[in-house]
Design a protein around this ligand. Structure first.
Ligand code: GLN
Length: 489
């Protein structure tokens, strides 16, 4: 077995025993990036020298008997919305093409403090707006399982990088499903933590009341390992909660006795691809066989999640993206002679179509006369959506559903139909609107051989339970061991 085939747990054991070194693992990942990424396009930037230098430093520390952090020199890829010094942070936008942040994000600091090796920055939909990676201003990322298909979005680059075994770990951000949906499309594990669990300091803001940073890996234990590193208080993010971080990695293998899984019957009706339906039903049978009970629950307001999200997120985006004015930093149009034309030209040229669409939608929903009818109404319904979850979680430990209505769609299939694209987020948006944690785990393959994800949701700050429930399924199945086979493997 080569180093790039190994799980996080195996790699950590090999590093600890001295069977391999961080330099060897990093070199193996860089070689894999060389052989795969021309086709996949997961990376926007690879920091070859920086990664090798850092790997040598971690190896040196180990040789000198100094304490080593929990990531012990493992290579990690970072979505290009998370600030990293010494590398660009473009948000896959022309607007930030030349931006080099002068500081590290809280998540970046934690990775480095845990002795991770950051190998590069991954592709995404511009400013994390999208579900397919086709909104990147630079290039599209392709699904390693089928290069004609989307890896999902917006963290498609981070999911594809792990799926194609270019890195054992990566981080993404999830505002409406951007970790879970690409994880499902690429056949890896991805977790969106509770709102407030991971610092967003240095995460370029899209929709601030929804954004969270979270981990990807090929298995649940890998995700537990990285979440333990990322989670924790940071006073620089005022929404970050000062609560103890459980030892996710230590408890992940403990099954939950009498696990109660809530299921919404309507989730299996209209619009659900038959292969996804079958895989999720099989997954529920696996849980039953493991002693869990399946309980029908109601989330009466879940039919409004798409409408509410696509008012709240663009409204917040229109405010957050106002800072890109061509003056402070970022792209500035050359030709304009005066201030207002300069603003318009810089924003007109610097932003892509989807970002402009969202800014316009949000500005409209917040404008006087429409604020009460759209934005305020959406906030009220958002509260009801959260209450639905609170009520449901009185009776169940986790809620299970598909992650997306279909397996990975073809590149180009939905791009001209924004409404259809937005509807594909139907199962993931609720967790962001309610602020609760969610995970996507590999749960089957379609008839075409494409991965299918199972979503589990839990109460706020119950990532530990979520991971244990996910691991119960994983340990009873082998879907997580299936890998994308690229033509030139
Ligand atoms: N697909 C959703 C959107 O387009 C979610 C994106 C995300 O989570 N960043 O907004």
């Amino acid at each position: 077995m080569s180093l790039t085939d190994a799980t996080v747990t195996t790699l950590l054991a090999k590093l600890q025993s001295g069977e391999t070194s961080s330099t060897e693992v990093t070199e193996a990942c860089l070689a894999r990036i060389d052989s795969q990424d021309t086709d996949v396009g997961a990376f926007l930037h690879v920091d070859r020298e920086g990664a090798l230098l850092r790997a040598t430093q971690v190896d040196e520390k180990r040789k000198n008997g100094e304490p080593i952090g929990p990531l012990a020199g493992l290579p990690v890829a970072v979505k290009d919305v998370v600030c990293t010094t010494g590398m660009p942070t473009t948000c896959a936008s022309r607007m930030l093409e030349t931006f080099q942040p002068p500081y590290d994000a809280g998540a970046t600091e934690r990775l480095l403090a845990a002795d991770a090796v950051i190998v590069g920055k991954t592709n995404l939909d511009e400013f994390a707006m999208g579900s397919s990676n086709e909104n990147s201003a630079y290039h599209v990322t392709r699904n390693p399982w089928d290069l004609t298909r989307s890896p999902g979005g917006s963290s498609g680059g981070s999911a594809a990088a792990v799926a194609a075994q270019m890195v054992p770990l990566s981080i993404g951000s999830d505002t409406g499903g951007s970790i879970r949906q690409p994880a499902a499309f690429c056949g890896v594990v991805g977790l969106k933590p509770t709102y407030g669990r991971v610092s967003r300091y240095g995460l370029v803001a899209y929709a601030s009341s929804l954004d969270q940073i979270g981990p990807f890996a090929t298995d649940v234990t890998g995700v537990a390992t990285l979440l333990e590193v990322l989670a924790g208080y940071d006073q620089r993010d005022s929404t970050c909660i000062d609560a103890d971080v459980p030892k996710y990695r230590e408890t992940v293998d403990k099954p939950i006795d009498g696990l109660r899984i809530g299921v919404v019957p309507e989730h299996f009706e209209e619009g659900l691809h038959p292969d996804v339906n079958k895989a999720i039903r099989n997954a529920l049978d696996v849980y039953k066989a493991a002693g869990a009970s399946i309980v029908d629950i109601e989330l009466p307001h879940s039919k409004y999640v798409v409408a509410v999200y696509y008012l709240v997120a663009p409204s917040e985006a229109s405010g957050n993206l106002a800072r890109y004015d061509g003056v402070h930093y970022g792209y500035r149009a050359e030709e304009a002679q005066n201030l207002i034309p300069m603003y318009s030209a810089s924003r007109g040229q610097g932003f892509g179509d989807e970002v402009k669409r969202r800014i316009m939608l949000g500005t409209y929903a917040l404008s006087s006369g429409y604020y009460d009818a759209y934005y305020l109404k959406a906030l009220k319904v958002r509260r009801l959506i959260r209450q639905d979850f609170d009520t449901a979680f009185a009776d169940v430990d986790v809620i299970a559903s598909p992650v997306a209505p279909t397996p990975a769609f073809k590149l180009g299939e939905l791009i001209d139909n924004p409404l259809e694209m937005y509807l594909s987020d139907i199962y993931t948006l609720g967790a962001n609107l309610a602020g609760i944690p969610g995970i996507s785990i590999p749960a089957g393959l379609s008839d075409d051989g494409l991965p299918i994800g199972l979503q589990l949701l839990a109460r706020p700050f119950e990532e530990e339970r979520l991971l244990r429930a996910a691991r119960m399924f994983e340990s009873a199945t082998d879907w997580h061991t299936k890998r994308a086979v690229l033509n030139h493997d």
